[in-house]
Ligand binder design. Structure first.
Ligand code: KIV
Ligand code: ZN
Length: 512
């Protein structure tokens, strides 16, 4: 029988660390449900000690998800580890993932600790965690840039203390495939008790090699767990992408010879959900989940594919969920059909009133747009959960005027803590006028660092999905809004970003 490769998804922890990608508890829960449908083995749900919000998110996910192991990150100290264990209490299967940096640079400059102190703290933390849960993962942060002898000493010691998984991060994305694969192999060969733990790879994508490095860690190094994120979401250039690693292992089973639990049919829906929730748009030519990943534009390719698919296709689009992108509902669809489609999409609305509110919005949308796609439904419930969270600002209505040769103007009505206000402004274009109309009331002073518009499902009939990234006093947030009218979508996205700026969630950085 083939060996099994464990897929450890860290979209909700390392992915969320990406500036602007922070998610609410309910958003994380919805993504966790999709990850469970994908049959991810381990879901790293957050970093429980970093904030009350993250504690509650890990707790909610641990209580709700039963088929995947739920993991919380924690620094190597008793307080963080106890918080993680507390948040994981309701889990069927819970894991504590504790880490401390081991590279000379990090120990000296960041931690200001000697190697002996780091060794002691690593041992003590794993011992403490093992008294609370049976499943403990240890990561030497910046492991790939650590001294081999010292790393062997630390890892041997934490395995002896009961660590069940050893994860070797290339924290800064410095590795190259052959060397990283060899690095893991050397560790496993030199550490006498290495067979007592599962070896894991965790690669960042700064040089665009996170997936290649992870595969080398598996093939050459013998790792049997890969840490990855949906869409490769993560700080800087991101993490190893789940969809790429999974489809590489599956498509090249002849070479890797490994089994996974993953059900790839849910990949595209997961990708859409993560991008809609975080506002991180997927590039069209992104492998597996990009809009062009299976599009054959050149005549020669089209001709070949029509004659025999495998002339130019190594995977089938429908196997990763592309064919799920079909018209599912319309104006005449009833509440039950809507509810069932939500269930099929893995969206569980917690109360009848939430379902009713979402259904009302669905009907409003169906009046304006004849074909409703899965993406429309996901966008609609994303917005629904934002409105349910009793946000400070909520969109009500907008009117704008633009004509060739005239300066556009807009008037917008929105609520501030439930009270309606109206803002008016002119601008360079209708979007600019609308956002300035909002600013005329809010006066946030935030700087806009990104504005992007995407068609949710292809044609001009489609809804526009707008992402707005705002920066203020060192905080970066993304707001997403969707509507068939892109000016309205822009206003919604701007208000959503302002709401996020407003929420004062302070977090402890995992790698700070
Ligand atoms: O990249 C990294 O080093 C990490 C650790 C906290 C595992 O994310
Ligand atoms: Zn990382």
């Amino acid at each position: 029988m083939a060996d099994k490769l464990i897929i450890f998804d860290t979209t909700l922890r390392d992915g969320e660390q990406s500036p602007g990608a922070s998610m609410t508890r309910d958003e994380k829960l919805r993504i966790a449900r999709q990850l469970e449908r994908l049959r991810v083995d381990v879901i790293e749900a957050g970093f429980a000690a970093s904030s009350n919000g993250d504690f509650e998110a890990v707790q909610a996910i641990a209580n709700a998800i039963k088929d995947s192991t739920i993991c919380s990150l924690s620094r190597a100290n008793d307080r963080d580890i106890s918080r993680a264990a507390e948040a994981l209490k309701g889990a069927n299967s819970g894991r504590i993932h504790t880490f401390i940096a081991t590279s000379p640079l990090h120990m000296e400059k960041k931690l200001r600790m000697t190697p002996d102190q780091v060794l002691e703290q690593a041992k003590q933390s794993v011992r403490f965690a093992r008294n609370l849960v049976a499943d403990v993962e240890f990561s030497p942060e910046d492991g790939y840039r650590s001294d081999m002898d010292f790393l062997c000493q630390v890892l041997e010691a934490v395995i002896a203390e009961g660590a069940t998984t050893i994860n070797v991060p290339d924290t800064v994305g410095y590795a190259v495939p052959e060397l990283y694969g060899q690095f893991i192999k050397t560790l496993r060969e030199r550490i006498p008790n290495s067979d007592k733990a599962i070896w894991s790879v965790h690669c960042h994508n700064d040089l665009g090699m996170a997936v290649a490095n992870s595969l080398a860690g598996v093939k050459l190094g013998g790792a049997r767990q890969v840490e990855c994120t949906i869409n490769g979401l993560g700080e800087r250039a991101g993490n190893c992408s789940l969809e790429e690693i999974v489809m590489a292992i599956k498509t090249r089973k002849d070479y890797f010879g490994l089994e996974m639990n993953i059900d790839p049919i849910h990949i595209v829906a997961a990708s859409r959900m993560v991008s809609q929730t975080t506002g991180f748009v997927v590039q069209p030519n992104k492998a597996v989940v990009g809009a062009n990943a299976f599009a054959h534009a050149s005549g020669i390719h089209q001709d070949g594919v029509l004659k025999a698919r495998d002339t130019y296709e190594i995977m089938r689009a429908e196997d990763v969920g592309w064919s799920a992108n079909k018209i599912v509902l319309g104006k005449l669809s009833g509440r039950n059909a809507f509810k069932q489609r939500l269930q099929e999409l893995g969206v569980l609305l917690e109360s009848e009133s939430e379902l009713n509110a979402a259904f009302t919005r669905f009907k409003e949308l169906a009046d304006r747009k004849s074909e409703i796609f899965d993406e429309d439904i996901l966008a609609l419930v994303s917005e629904e959960s934002v409105t349910q969270d009793k946000e400070q600002y909520a969109f009500v209505s907008l009117s704008q005027h633009s004509e060739t040769g005239e300066r556009p103007s807009a008037a917008i009505v929105f609520t501030v803590s439930g009270k309606e206000v109206q803002g008016k402004s002119e601008g360079n274009g209708p979007v600019d006028a609308s956002l300035k109309a909002i600013e005329s009331i809010v006066e946030s002073g935030a700087e806009m660092v990104l504005y992007s518009v995407n068609a949710i499902s292809g044609s001009t009939e489609s809804q526009g999905e707008v992402t707005v990234r705002l920066q203020n006093s060192g905080r970066v947030v993304n707001g997403v809004g969707s509507d068939p009218d892109i000016i309205v979508a822009s206003a919604k996205a701007y208000l959503s970003a302002l709401n996020k700026l407003q929420s004062k969630a302070e977090r402890v950085a995992a790698q700070g």
